[in-house]
Design a protein around this ligand. Structure first.
Ligand code: MN
Length: 424
């Protein structure tokens, strides 16, 4: 589907300048004792999963403004994910959302193989009602007061595991919208007990080599209280469920100014950090593109991850979770993957020996400066060279636009009627 000539042509136009920039950066890093080739290999090893739902235009509760050539179904979405991987070489897998992406597993596997991608964590959906379901989730799902509703939500999660098992996924992420809009609406203790009973039933259905991720979120769609509202609750859940359960941190699911990198450090210490949903935010769960609002925070999160990367048993699952309302979703996802990769590479440049020394000596100024020195390093030549050597594009957006992919699929995919709210 993607015109390979667009990658070749745009790469040829940019390669000479890239090699000059790369050599200059290599000299600069060498003076500090850093081998650029080793850092480039780390960049090549980086991977973040793309969310299938991110390939369509998102929206708010007010409106959704669809773009041209939006994917009509999961197979179109997988085509788009294949384009993102072909150009960035940083997104080898896709995370599915059921039932939105429900299809014959054999067909899913065939399409993924055609696009050279695999499947990451499965995501269940009990935050909205489906046409055929018997019980409504208006007043909750896994924590609902009525047992038949809870059973229906548990069964749905078990079905997600079964679909995932057939397509090579190894994890289930559970995020629920359950909570309350009024003080007194629910008994917060009993509601949590019901949630735990449901999660134990799901956990019991996990294959031996699978993991179960609990994802916390401070508010929305419930605006007074939320069952899994913070990392403390998420940790309680993961600890009570067992070894296969871990906590997933969505960067947008915290109150403004919360120190997320410290949460990351705590969860690593507890042996319960499972992975991330990357995005950025200004006010709340804005689901903005990664690295566009607070790139330093993204770097500080990665600083903790790189610092702890040799921790025994640490096995992280990274995914993008964003809503693209005003941009081409493919372009936003490519740029976001590159920004997350950039933070990882910058964090890899931190002089950890020097930092540890400054920390021991209580030299606050130099400790802080050590982090910022890595953050200020322009690692674009490393990222671009990693893409070039992996068969991707030096400039993914330039290559994408030159390929005419969006115009081509716009011919094949009829426009989707506007009006419905996007997923958020
Ligand atoms: Mn999320």
């Amino acid at each position: 589907m993607l015109d390979q000539d667009a990658i070749t042509t745009t790469n040829e136009a940019a390669e000479t300048a890239l090699r000059e920039d790369y050599d200059a950066l290599a000299q600069k890093l060498a003076r500090a004792g850093t081998d650029i080739e080793a850092i480039k290999e780390r960049a090549k090893s980086f991977a973040v999963a793309v969310p299938s739902w991110g390939t369509g235009t998102g929206g708010t509760r007010f409106a959704r403004f669809p773009g041209a050539g939006e994917p009509r179904n999961i197979f179109d979405k997988l085509d788009d994910c294949g384009v993102i991987q072909a150009l960035t070489r940083a997104t080898p897998s896709v995370s599915l959302h059921i039932p939105w992406d429900k299809a014959d597993p054999a067909d899913l596997l065939a399409k993924a193989e055609e696009q050279g991608i695999g499947f990451d964590a499965m995501n269940s959906n009990t935050f909205q009602d489906q046409a055929e379901q018997a019980h409504s989730y208006k007043f909750g799902s896994l924590s609902h007061t009525q047992a038949p509703t809870r059973s229906q939500a548990v069964e749905h999660n078990l079905e997600c595991i079964e679909i995932g098992r057939q397509i090579g996924s190894k994890a289930l992420t559970v995020w629920i919208g359950d909570g309350a809009n009024f003080p007194g609406q629910t008994h917060m203790g009993r509601q949590f007990d019901r949630y735990m009973d449901s999660m134990k039933a799901i956990y019991a259905g996990l294959p031996e080599d699978w993991r179960l991720f609990s994802e916390h979120k401070i508010y929305e769609p419930a605006f007074y209280s939320t069952v899994v509202q913070d990392w403390g609750t998420s940790l309680m859940i993961a600890q009570e469920l067992g070894d296969k359960a871990a906590c997933l941190v969505d960067l947008g699911h915290h109150a403004p100014n919360v120190n997320i990198e410290m949460i990351v450090s705590r969860l690593i210490r507890a042996g319960k950090l499972g992975g991330f949903h990357f995005n950025d935010s200004k006010y709340g769960d804005d689901d903005l593109d990664s690295g566009t609002i607070e790139p330093y925070r993204l770097f500080l999160v990665w600083n903790e991850l790189v610092e702890a990367e040799d921790t025994p048993g640490l096995n992280l699952s990274h995914m993008i979770d964003q809503s693209h309302n005003v941009t081409d979703p493919i372009e936003s996802l490519m740029i976001s993957a590159c920004e997350i990769q950039r933070a990882f590479v910058q964090a890899s440049l931190v002089d950890r020996k020097a930092l540890a020394g400054y920390q021991e000596e209580n030299d606050a100024l130099m400790a802080s400066a050590t982090l910022r020195a890595a953050f200020r390093t322009d690692v674009e030549p490393i990222l671009a060279m990693a893409r070039l050597e992996s068969g991707g594009a030096i400039d993914p957006v330039a290559a994408f636009r030159a390929s005419g992919y969006r115009e081509k699929v716009a011919q094949e995919r009829p426009a989707i009627a506007p009006g419905s709210s996007g997923i958020v």
